[in-house]
Design a protein around this ligand. Structure first.
Ligand SMILES: *[C@@H]1O[C@H](CO)[C@@H](O)[C@H](O)[C@H]1NC(C)=O
Ligand SMILES: *[C@@H]1O[C@H](CO)[C@@H](O)[C@H](O)[C@H]1NC(C)=O
Ligand SMILES: *[C@@H]1O[C@H](CO)[C@@H](O)[C@H](O)[C@H]1NC(C)=O
Ligand SMILES: *[C@@H]1O[C@H](CO)[C@@H](O)[C@H](O)[C@H]1NC(C)=O
Ligand SMILES: *[C@@H]1O[C@H](CO)[C@@H](O)[C@H](O)[C@H]1NC(C)=O
Ligand SMILES: *[C@@H]1O[C@H](CO)[C@@H](O)[C@H](O)[C@H]1NC(C)=O
Ligand SMILES: *[C@@H]1O[C@H](CO)[C@@H](O)[C@H](O)[C@H]1NC(C)=O
Length: 675
């Protein structure tokens, strides 16, 4: 009873201080008397200033609103409007030395106020090398990062980033704001010491996350700095804490929060700027005044010595030689040094070899700078021609970010050799699980999860990114499995980038036999539809536990699609399921995946669904159309069920050219799905 009463009392106190009607919203105009949960070096000054870190090195400071916030992720609720949350706060970062501060502040939403094993410096008090990137973190953060950390692909040392479970930002941009008055973007210096306001707004229905910054006193710019499509439903759990984490490394700043407002479901109240504590005192100028009479000769001599050493080093260290050209400068952050990669892979030792693909060998490595595990792919190339375009594409690939893509971290170029550095995938490639006894069998739900993951990555590549990315080599050996057995699409060695709406160009035919769509073999034009063809084959492979093309089999079984189609004709499609599953699968899902696989891998490109439609079918949001076999073209046609909403909602292309309703009525067999 007493305990209950004291909780009640403390809640009343919190509410009165936070001026909030309930726990899912609060406003702090200064933190005087606020009962925040403080951690590390964080403290509240008597004037209400919340200081997360001071200039001591390698420190972490955190502050949380003490009550959990309820995020109902189970359904899209019919709330007054679709806003999941919004927050605004005012911060100030005063570097230890002018121009030299570290490391940054993050606004976090996390299932816990404890961050076990988290380290300071570039990890900002959130993660460590092991925990960074784990989907089990359930941590969402907006980072104000004042140091460029190459291992996280940071764009610069003055950026704002959206982080989901990882410090490798989902999206980031140099701190700047859109000045409504001048109609122009203005750069903001995070470590200016001046108060800056940040807004985070997330719209759950639109899955749109906006981050906006502006100097304190400026109205919220109507154009956000970052506006990213982001599905947080998998990240946020029902009960989450909101707060801040900041860290220092071997460089440090005083990092402050002046005021903060949060609303789980509703419009934010504006902060009352008149009540905010005074901004932090400016740091006294550094006592050390360089004496240029000494410094200049010193710099010149050391430069000279360094040049000499550099020249000698170059001669001796021929084995680390790389090719770098001026135009590569713009892709700077993604460039790794050969030396690091050489060390990481212990000199490309045979023991570190993970596999050999059509385009080169892949080695396991541990980056010396961060202890991060990576996979390094060595591709030999001879021609200088096209290298610039190739590197530009690599730079584009490095910007692709999806949790079902193997992240390309960077590259290195040498004479006759190109090295591509990727995230390390703990479980290796899918084909090892399906077709060899090297790895344990995958159960049905794991298989479905892998397919759904890869499908969503393909929607991202085909439709959601700035450009259309055609992967061109989707197959089981290019699907890599991370520690949680999530399918991640890898190996962009062949990918092609096109502007949306552009006409794909004919290219040298690449791909893998059994996955190459017939029209691609004819025209040489890769399209999103030829990717869908390969994905269809992948679906059949996963369901049947068979490769798409097995020349060793009896003639009618060599081509997987044809074999499955024969069973489909006789209404026994489920008979083709992988015997290794021993009947342990969900019958409806098996039927859906086999049918959908056939539809995707059918010879007429126009009748294949788009990847977005595939995802909708897989998720069960849209019913798979009835499938007919068209006698004249020997291709399958899907006709949306009459009760489905509209063509737009079911982006299923009904081929209009050569198929009339007459030919449908004479179709050989009718298969209805899901009834
Ligand atoms: C930073 O704060 C910690 C803990 O309050 C204190 O021990 C340390 O002396 C402070 N460092 C500086 C540089 O003020
Ligand atoms: C979450 O939403 C669902 C569906 O609207 C509802 O049934 C459930 O009670 C909600 N949970 C909470 C904790 O509000
Ligand atoms: C939301 O409202 C619409 C109509 O107002 C209703 O059809 C739908 O079932 C509601 N959804 C939920 C999750 O309550
Ligand atoms: C990171 O933190 C986790 C959780 O405390 C711990 O198990 C792991 O050993 C840590 N990793 C490193 C490299 O310190
Ligand atoms: C300003 O920045 C935004 C977001 O980064 C960008 O979309 C916009 O085009 C920029 N505007 C100008 C005038 O540079
Ligand atoms: C995010 O910004 C865009 C404009 O870029 C705007 O249309 C959208 O409504 C904003 N969403 C939220 C949740 O603020
Ligand atoms: C949160 O939103 C509700 C509804 O718009 C509003 O009444 C309330 O004042 C807001 N609270 C805060 C702290 O902004």
């Amino acid at each position: 009873m007493a305990a209950k009463l004291s909780i009640l009392v403390s809640m009343v106190i919190i509410c009165s201080i936070a001026c909030a009607e309930n726990q899912n919203q609060f406003t702090y105009n200064g933190f005087n008397g606020a009962s925040l949960h403080l951690d590390g070096v964080a403290k509240i000054h008597p004037n209400g200033l919340l200081q997360l870190t001071n200039t001591s090195y390698q420190q972490i400071g955190r502050a949380f609103f003490p009550m959990p916030i309820t995020f109902n992720t189970s359904s899209l609720s019919n709330d007054t409007d679709s806003l999941l949350f919004s927050s605004t706060f005012v911060f100030a970062i005063v570097p230890e030395f002018p121009e030299l501060g570290g490391h940054g502040i993050t606004f976090i939403i996390s299932p816990s106020m404890e961050f076990e094993g988290a380290v300071a410096s570039q990890y900002l008090g959130l993660f460590n090398t092991t925990t960074n990137g784990l989907s089990t973190n359930h941590v969402f953060a907006v980072e104000l990062d004042t140091i460029k950390s190459p291992e996280f692909n940071d764009i610069d040392g003055n950026h704002v980033g959206i982080d989901v479970n990882s410090l490798q930002s989902y999206a980031s941009a140099t701190a700047s704001y859109y000045s409504d008055r001048e109609g122009d973007n203005k750069t903001l210096k995070l470590i200016s010491g001046k108060p800056i306001q940040l807004w985070v707004d997330y719209d759950e229905k639109e899955m749109l996350l906006n981050v906006t910054v502006a100097p304190l006193g400026t109205r919220k710019p109507w154009l956000p700095l970052l506006s990213a499509r982001l599905d947080l439903s998998k990240t946020l759990v029902e009960s989450m804490y909101v707060g801040f984490s900041a860290s220092t490394g071997s460089m440090a700043s005083d990092q402050y929060i002046l005021g903060w407002s949060f609303n789980k479901s509703g419009q934010l109240q504006d902060l009352d700027y008149t009540k905010l504590p005074p901004p932090p005192p400016p740091r006294r100028r550094s006592r050390w005044k360089p004496d240029f009479r000494i410094v200049i000769p010193l710099v010149i001599t050391s430069l000279l010595v360094m040049t000499l050493i550099g020249a000698a080093y170059k001669m001796w260290m021929k084995k680390y030689e790389e090719v770098r050209e001026e135009w590569e400068q713009e892709y700077g952050p993604q460039r790794f040094s050969y030396r690091d990669l050489y060390k990481a892979t212990k000199g490309f030792k045979g023991k570190e070899l993970l596999g050999i693909g059509g385009f080169g060998e892949v080695y396991r490595g541990i980056l010396p700078s961060s202890n991060e595990q990576v996979a390094v792919k060595r591709v030999s190339h001879s021609s200088k021609q096209g290298m610039k375009e190739f590197i530009a594409e690599i730079a584009s690939m490095g910007r692709l970010r999806h949790r079902n893509l193997v992240q390309l971290l960077g590259y290195c170029r040498r004479q006759g050799e190109l090295l591509l550095v990727y995230d390390f995938m703990a479980n290796g490639s899918l084909d090892k699980f399906l077709f060899t006894n090297e790895k344990t069998n995958l159960n049905w739900s794991q298989r479905v999860q892998i397919l759904k993951g890869v499908a969503s990555a393909l929607v991202y590549l085909h439709e959601e990114w700035d450009q259309v990315v055609i992967h061109r080599d989707i197959k089981a050996s290019n699907i890599l499995l991370d520690a949680q057995l999530n399918g991640r699409l890898g190996d962009f060695g062949l990918a092609k980038f096109y502007d949306h709406g552009a006409n794909p160009q004919t290219t040298r035919l690449v791909g893998t036999i059994g996955y190459i769509a017939p029209e691609l073999a004819r025209t040489g034009k890769p399209t999103t539809s030829s990717d869908v063809f390969a994905f269809g084959n992948l679906m059949l492979e996963i369901a049947c536990g068979r490769r798409p093309f097995e020349p060793g089999r009896p003639p009618e079984e060599i081509i997987l699609v044809d074999w499955v189609q024969e069973f489909w004709k006789s209404g026994m499609i489920v008979e083709t399921s992988d015997p290794r599953l021993e009947g342990e699968y969900v019958g409806e899902e098996m039927e859906l995946i086999l049918n959908l696989g056939l539809l995707c891998a059918n010879p007429a490109p126009a009748t294949r669904p788009s990847m977005r439609a595939v995802v909708q079918y897989l998720d069960g949001n849209v019913m798979l159309p009835k499938i007919f076999l068209d006698d004249s073209t020997h291709s399958l046609i899907g006709v949306p069920l009459p009760n489905q909403k509209s063509q737009k909602d079911t982006p299923y292309p009904v081929s209009g050219d050569n198929i009339s309703m007459n030919s449908l009525s004479s179709s050989e067999s009718i298969l209805s799905y899901g009834r």
